[in-house]
Design a protein around this ligand. Structure first.
Ligand code: ZN
Length: 352
């Protein structure tokens, strides 16, 4: 999530359980040396890690009158369970300029041994100014085996005043010996309403577009945001209009040349192609849903277009079209030739 939006735990939408666990730990002072935050990309794991880093280092709360300490015997003085968001330390973390809040992320497709060696060197020094240095190991499932073993050494002998927060989609892809030394906290997909709110706030989208993108995001704000920046709405328009998905009764009249020219454009990139097929499958589904529960369509901003297109094909044929698109999606995922899958899809669709 966006660093500039870091303020307090109240800004972490839809993640009540993780926030409850973390604020409870802050209250009791029983903070482990390492966490592993699991959950799909774009559900607030990094935002939560940064907020927690702010909370353990916040200077806005003054001395703890009870003298409570956190992380064993470390002299951590903040007495509140949420950061002030205004002190010098909070501001530095928000700005991404705190020298003791570090992130290790994959370089290319993995986290390499040299990155963990560099981290070990840094951790042999005392923190510059933080009460608790926080190291976020982002996408820790991409640690290569050597890097994983090096990280294990850090976890076996955790340095003073240092908290490690690993993030990953799930624990299954990480060395069990690493997982067993971390306190796991599971993050659920975000609700559609919360993604919509975040889109309206962070991407300046109008309600209709935010509605569609939040429904298509499968619980991930970053996915919705990436799509809003990638001009998803324009892409959808292009997909629907260039080979008559918006007038499905006319698709049969298209020439083979037109159909194959379309699949050639789709086949430029595998990720974009699968995202495009998802758009088409959802569109075709909407054409069926419109007849029974119009309020449940995904493309809420295209009601008129859906109404008009929905009348142009019998439901059975629309089902058949969806099945063809989904079959192409499955074939692409099993690494069949991308261009071939898309050519076959278009030719089959034109015969429905
Ligand atoms: Zn503060």
């Amino acid at each position: 999530m966006i660093c500039s939006s870091v303020s307090g735990f109240e800004s972490i939408l839809s993640q009540k359980r993780p926030v409850k666990i973390l604020t409870r730990l802050l209250e009791t002072g029983k903070i482990p040396h390492a966490f592993i935050f699991t959950g799909m990309e774009g559900v607030g794991k990094r935002l939560t890690a940064l907020t927690f880093a702010m909370a353990v280092n916040c200077e806005g709360h003054g001395e703890d009158p009870l003298g409570n300490s956190r992380m064993g015997s470390d002299p951590i003085r903040s007495s509140k369970d949420t950061p002030c968001g205004r002190c010098r330390s909070c501001n530095k973390i928000k700005a991404g300029s705190h020298p003791d809040v570090l992130t290790v992320a994959p370089e290319g497709s993995m986290i390499k041994i040299q990155q963990i060696r560099n981290l070990i060197r840094t951790l042999t020094l005392k923190p510059y100014e933080a009460r608790v240095r926080v190291v976020i190991i982002s996408q820790s499932h991409t640690l290569n085996p050597a890097a994983g073993n090096a990280l294990l050494k850090i976890l076996e002998e955790p340095p003073d005043r240092t908290l490690l927060i690993l993030t990953a989609p799930q624990t299954g892809d990480i060395l069990p010996t690493i997982v067993s030394r971390c306190r796991p906290i599971r993050f659920n997909p975000l609700s559609r309403e919360h993604i919509k709110l975040l889109l309206e706030k962070n991407a300046n989208l109008d309600e209709g577009k935010a509605d569609v993108l939040s429904t298509m995001a499968s619980g991930s704000f970053s996915r919705a945001l990436t799509r809003s920046r990638a001009n998803w709405i324009h892409r959808r328009q292009w997909l629907l209009s260039s080979v008559c998905f918006d007038r499905p009764d006319q698709m049969q009249a298209l020439s083979v040349r037109t159909l194959l020219a379309f699949s050639e454009k789709l086949a430029v990139n595998k990720d974009t192609a699968t995202a495009s097929l998802e758009i088409l499958a959802v569109w075709l589904r909407d054409l069926i849903v419109w007849r029974y529960r119009p309020r449940s369509i995904v493309n809420q901003d295209l009601k008129n277009e859906i109404q008009s297109a929905s009348e142009k094909k019998p439901v059975a044929q629309l089902y058949k079209m969806i099945e063809i698109v989904l079959q192409a999606e499955r074939d692409i995922r099993t690494n069949m030739n991308l261009r071939l899958c898309l050519d076959m899809m278009m030719l089959n669709l034109s015969e429905v």
